[in-house]
Design a protein around this ligand. Sequence first.
Ligand code: ADP
Ligand code: ADP
Length: 233
Amino acid sequence: GLAVSIRDLKKAYVLAGGTVHALRGVSFDVPTGDFVSIMGPSGSGKSTLLNLLGCLDRPTGGEFYLGPDNVAQMSDDELADVRASRLGFVFQSFNLLPALTVLENIELPLHYSGRLGRDSRQRCEELADKVGLGDRLDHRPMQLSGGQQQRVAIARSLVNDPWFLLADEPTGNLDTATTREILDLLTGLNEEGRTIILVTHEPEVADLTKRTVVLRDGLVVYDGHPDGSRAAL
Ligand code: ADP
Ligand code: ADP
C-alpha cells in the first residue's frame, strides 16, 4: 500500500507584507517500505513539507493522504492522535529529555499515545537492544555520545510501531564515522520493512536511500534514483 500520497500539495504563509508560497503544487507517493530522501536548497520548502508530513501543520491546498485518511479533513484532535500514535520522529539534535534515562526516553511516546502497559518495559528494552544500547538502559543522555543519543532517539521513534519514520537531518550533528553507523541502522530498519522519509542536504546521505525527491522554489524538480539527483541540486 501507500504510506503517503500527496497531490498538488500547496502551503502558503500569509504575512503582513504578503503571501509566501512555500509549496506550490507538490505531488508524489511513498509506498510502504520506501526509503526517501528529500533535498533542495535553503528556502525550497523542505521544512514546510516535513511539517505537513508530520501533521504539525495543514496544507492550504491539494490532497494529502496518510494511508486511506485525508489529512486535510482531520480535526486537530485527530491530527494530534496521528502524530502521537502513528508517526516516528527523529531530529538533528536528538531531542532527548536530559533528566530521563535511556529506557524512560524510549518509553515516552507510549505515555502520549496512551499505550503504556504491562509489556512496555520489555518492549523498550528490546528496542534499546535493537539499537545497540541494551547495556545503557539507566544512563542519561549526557553520559552518551552523539551517535548513542541518536540511537536512543531512533528507538524512541519506533516504540509506537509507526506507519513511517520522519527524520530531519538525522546525521547533521554527527561526524563521518558516526553518520555511517546511524545510516546503517536506518538502512537495516528499512530492510526490515520500515518506511523512512528523511530530509538532508548531504548527497552522501541521500545516496544511501532508495529514492531522492529534490525541491526547488516549492516544486518537485527531481524524483528518482539518488544517483541522478546531482544535476537537479
Ligand atoms: P527549507 O526547509 O527548504 O529551507 P522552508 O520550508 O523553511 O524551506 O521555507 C520555504 C519558504 O517558506 C521560505 O521562503 C521561507 O521563508 C518560508 N517560510 C517557512 N516557514 C515559514 C513561516 N512559518 N512563516 C512564513 N514563511 C515561512
Ligand atoms: P493491515 O490491515 O495489514 O494493517 P493496511 O493496508 O492497513 O494493512 O496497512 C498496510 C501498511 O500500510 C501498514 O503496515 C502501514 O505501514 C501502512 N499504513 C496503513 N494505513 C496507513 C496510514 N493511514 N498512514 C500511513 N501508513 C499506513
